[in-house]
Design a protein around this ligand. Structure first.
Ligand code: NAD
Length: 498
């Protein structure tokens, strides 16, 4: 049995708390490793190492910091297959999908190779007589990140790449369900030349998270996970005087207008609804065809495509998607499907009886498609996070627009149409953070920022892109005067420039 400890001061160390969690291969249902759950003392050790290493790293010039990321990107490429297989073996997603997880994180590492330019300051010469004014961005000091199971490579990199590039030390608390890839990422950062102590990985559960939130030396906390925990982390971090950005759950709609290319829309729904077994925060889980004719035609196109989806273990390169992450997730998804049936939605593709031959103990869930879902139903209101797509029929555009508008979540949304006016109106009026126009999963690239609205995100600065540089640094503004010929004497009135 593999034992996974922590990564502190440049090396793997065993856990000492005596508490562990099981790590499963979701395809077989077997326990493959035990991950240590850190105590507050172990967290303190990580903070001590981070505090000792950070000033020297912050004083390292930004080109040198960038070069670590250049090397890191090269190492990610060299180790891509090994990392992807390791990721799939704990998460369950297909190996190709795991490569996507790694590449989307790697793009953030590529983005921060531009840190010398990104962190440049603003300067005003001659703000007054003999006066210059400039604003500089300095690292927060020690930052921390708490990440979910569904992107164990991308989301840690969303956080540690800009935090570390900005000159911070960083403490990563990955999901306890798939901790192996985050540990490898820390090793690769060391191999790329990062000094020991700058990237610490502390595995754990609520105890480690609470330790981070209460720790007086950790200045900023980034969180991605479910909404109840995101709300908790945001409030607790604020209570302890920390800067926080926390990202939560989602219910992403796709509006299909009567003029849309229905084949394109149906294919987009299949990929975005069922890819990664629906375990993506940007998955489409609600399709909203506008008008009965559109709805009937769409359903007819979707049914055979959903029925044809190939489910399999990550070792099957032909699989469209794999198992969900845990037995508890599988049970929760199936319970919600039962609820949907009981609430009167029409289960037009029923995956409830699905069994994966040869993998009977795996956490596989068959593909489900619901028609005639209404906004009052639990399957509409809750995030299912599984291979279940709900169709909510809207009579017209305004009714379709009102659905994502009124939903508690506001992560992503898409509209499929050939009508530029409708698309433009939609993008302007819908209160959602990320909008796709004929694009099902509008996840911004690394040089833009990622974040939802409403109860999908708390805090005002988003992940990666320009926001991340602001989040992981503090602004200091310097006003300087080098006077020549300025008269002596105190000034008592408010200084103004006229
Ligand atoms: P989760 O909330 O269960 O766990 C996230 C992190 O919080 C983990 O590191 C976990 O150890 C920690 N945690 C869990 N319970 C805790 C508690 N009581 N107190 C303190 N910490 C706790 O989420 P998950 O199941 O790992 O991930 C899936 C969720 O993440 C979904 O809701 C999904 O939509 C969301 N997600 C959101 C985004 C986004 O950008 N908005 C991206 C990916 C995933």
């Amino acid at each position: 049995m593999t034992e996974i400890g922590h990564f502190i001061d440049g090396a793997r160390v065993a856990g000492t708390s005596g508490r562990h969690a099981d790590v499963f291969n979701p395809a077989t249902g077997q326990v493959t490793a035990r991950v240590a759950l850190a105590s507050k003392d172990e967290l303190q050790r990580a903070v001590d190492g981070a505090r000792a290493a950070q000033p020297k790293w912050a004083a390292t010039n930004p080109q040198r910091r960038a070069r670590v990321f250049m090397k890191f990107v090269a190492l990610l490429n060299e180790n891509m297959q090994e990392l992807a297989e390791l990721l799939s073996s704990e998460h369950g997603k297909t190996v190709e999908d795991s490569k996507g997880d790694i590449v989307r994180g790697m793009e953030v590492a590529e983005f921060v190779c531009g840190i010398p330019h990104l962190i440049k300051s603003e300067f005003t010469e001659g703000a007054g007589p003999g006066i210059d004014m400039y604003s500089i961005r300095q690292p927060v000091g020690i930052g921390a990140g708490i990440t979910p199971f569904n992107f164990p490579a991308m989301i840690p990199m969303w956080m540690f790449a800009p935090a570390v590039a900005c000159g911070n030390a960083f403490i990563l608390k990955p999901s306890e369900r798939d901790p192996s890839v985050p540990m490898r990422l820390a090793e690769l950062m060391m191999e790329a030349g990062l000094p020991a102590g700058i990237l610490q990985v502390v595995n754990g559960d609520k105890e480690a998270v609470d330790g981070i939130l209460q720790h007086p030396e950790i200045g900023a906390v980034s969180f991605v996970g479910s909404t109840p925990i995101a709300a908790y982390v945001y409030a607790e971090a604020a209570k302890h005087g920390k800067r926080a950005q926390t990202f939560g759950g989602a219910k992403n709609h796709m509006i299909i207008m009567p003029d849309a290319d229905l084949d394109m829309a149906a294919d987009a729904l299949i990929g975005a609804g069922y890819g990664s077994a629906g375990e993506r925060c940007m998955a489409i889980s609600v399709a909203v065809p506008v008008g009965e004719q559109t709805a009937d035609a769409l359903i007819q196109k979707l049914i055979p495509k959903v029925e044809a989806l190939k489910i399999g273990p990550y070792t099957d390169s032909a699989a469209d998607y794999g198992p969900v992450v845990t037995k508890a997730s599988k049970d929760k998804i199936l319970a919600l499907v039962e609820k949907g049936v009981a609430e009167g939605a029409e289960l037009v593709v029923d995956g409830r009886g699905f069994k994966m031959q040869g993998y009977e103990d795996g956490f596989f869930v068959g593909s489900c498609l619901f028609d005639r879902v209404t906004p009052e139903m639990d399957i509409y209101r809750q995030e299912i996070f599984g291979p279940v797509l709900s169709v909510v029929r809207a009579k017209d555009y305004e009714e379709a627009l009102s659905l994502p508008t009124r939903h508690e979540y506001g992560n992503g949304v898409a509209i499929y149409t050939r009508d530029g006016d409708a698309a433009r109106d939609f993008a302007s009026r819908v209160p959602i953070g990320m909008i796709g126009i004929n694009v099902p999963i509008p996840t911004p690239l690394a040089y833009h920022s990622f974040g939802g609205w409403k109860r999908s995100a708390f805090g005002d600065l988003n992940q990666h892109g320009p926001d991340s540089i602001k989040f992981w640094t503090r602004t200091k503004t310097v006003t300087s005067r080098w006077p020549s010929g300025i008269k002596a004497g105190a000034e008592f009135s408010m200084p103004v420039m006229r």
